[in-house]
Design a binder for this molecule. Structure first.
Ligand code: DGL
Length: 261
């Protein structure tokens, strides 16, 4: 049995493409539909109510497109809306994501970890619960990063302003001696190279994209929803399609058409 319906993946903007890449690499036979809510980015500074409304609208759209599962490829949206989506669509497999506190707590050698994330994620009850559960004995230094998402949306991964922001945000983490830094927003893996250039080599960066892809695979297998057919990937945005279209070669690795959501 092959279920060739697509997996719906979404984010506030282009950040979730870092997760989409991992899913596609792990599950090349699965068709994917990606929604970038770039008309409403950034989510990081919005209220949880606003984000929940956006997530409902996107999920409804993806279900109309016949999605067999949803991936919330956004830490901020997960914090604000994953529970709401699961309540609203109880039958639908929903994979959500949160900052990699557990792997970072396992990886740290000196017991000091840093978390780069949006204000929305860091202020959420879900993040507080994550720290209680996995980092009770660890010193956790959190750092909101206003402006960074906009740089990635603009495709400025190596720009002097991006570098300035990264220095500003990593400075306090280094000052506290973090040896492990969590990239707690799906936009930030696109800045990994720039970060690696500026951080001391002993600092380990962790993100959750690959773990999410493994989780998607597990869930599809358990529910007998895997595809054995040829796959397609389609892209949709709530902003100008041209803008996402221009970013795809850099962030997805290939050109593609983009529809207006
Ligand atoms: N990419 C998102 C995340 O993982 C949110 C970025 C934003 O819109 O603020 O948190």
């Amino acid at each position: 049995m092959s279920d060739e319906r697509p997996i719906g993946v979404f984010d506030s903007g282009v950040g979730g493409l870092s997760v989409l890449r991992e899913i596609h690499a792990r599950l090349p036979l699965e068709s994917l539909i990606y929604v970038a809510d770039s008309g409403h980015v950034p989510y990081g500074e919005k209220t949880p109510e606003y984000i929940r409304e956006r997530c409902r609208a996107i999920a409804d759209f993806l279900l109309l497109k016949n999605a067999k599962a949803l991936v919330v490829a956004c830490n901020t949206a997960t914090a604000a809306a994953a529970a709401d989506l699961r309540e609203r669509y109880p039958e639908l497999p929903i994979i959500a994501m949160e900052p990699a506190v557990k792997p970072a707590a396992a990886a740290t050698r000196n017991g000091v970890i840093g978390v780069l994330a949006t204000s929305g994620t860091l202020a959420s009850a879900r993040f507080a619960a994550l720290l209680d559960r996995f980092a009770a004995d660890i010193c956790v230094v959190t750092q909101p990063c206003p402006g960074l998402v906009e740089q990635v949306e603009a495709g400025k991964l190596d720009d002097p302003e991006t570098e300035r922001l990264l220095k500003t945000f990593t400075g306090p983490l280094l000052a506290q001696g973090c040896d492990t830094v969590i990239l707690g927003c799906t936009h930030y893996p696109f800045l990994r190279r720039a970060l690696e250039r500026m951080l001391p080599p002993e600092v380990t960066l962790v993100d959750t994209g690959a773990a999410v892809a493994r989780q998607v695979e597990r869930l599809l297998c358990n529910k007998s929803l895997t595809s054995a057919g040829a796959s397609t990937t389609s892209f949709w945005t709530s902003s100008e399609p041209d803008v996402l279209q221009k970013r795809l070669p850099l962030l997805w690795g290939a050109k593609a058409d983009v529809g207006r959501f």
